[in-house]
Write a protein that binds this ligand. Structure first.
Ligand code: ZN
Length: 172
């Protein structure tokens, strides 16, 4: 089970690396922020589940955790409009949509690695096929501890980077 900070920072860091690697100057801090948010977007289903339980909404199971929002189909809902916008005068918005689709796919891949047990796998071929595929590593006790450690280490490294770049002041 990969946790929120890891999902967010890896998504934003990858977009940062692509920007640097390909010298894409049009990618700015807003894009990195969107990448960070998109990295945890599939876990929106946790909030939906909370509301569902709290308000007794009886929402369909597909809207539960690791349901629709954890499928490549959800990423397509952003990717396809992004491709369409690419051929219009509003093509600058397509970058945001591509980044969101990227963040979702990365999130699903990371969840897939550690899925199993109470954390279901991924429906890679939804809506064509609802088969749930469990991950390569599975849900083991050491993995749960390891992913928590990774989350804490990444958060500390990010805070260290903010302090080193003297950007921490911008938060206060
Ligand atoms: Zn998830």
């Amino acid at each position: 089970m990969v946790l929120a900070v890891t999902h967010s920072l890896i998504s934003a860091f990858y977009v940062f690396l692509v920007k640097k690697g390909f010298n894409l100057r049009f990618i700015n801090n807003n894009h990195l922020f969107v990448a960070a948010v998109a990295g945890i977007l599939p876990d929106l289903d946790i909030i939906i589940r909370c509301f569902n339980n709290l308000l007794n909404l009886n929402l369909p199971e597909i809207l539960g955790h690791r349901g629709l929002f954890h499928t490549p189909f959800f990423a397509l809902l952003f990717l396809i409009p992004g491709i369409i916008l690419l051929f219009t005068k509003k093509r600058e918005y397509s970058t945001y949509l591509f980044i969101i689709a990227w963040g979702i796919i990365l999130h699903i891949c990371l969840d897939y690695l550690t899925s199993g047990g109470i954390h279901k796998g991924i429906m890679w071929f939804f809506p064509i096929d609802n088969t749930i595929y469990s991950g390569i590593l599975g849900e083991k006790d050491w993995i749960v501890g390891f992913t928590m450690d990774i989350d804490a280490i990444l958060l500390i490294l990010w805070l260290f980077w903010l302090v080193k770049k003297e950007k921490i002041k911008e938060f206060f």
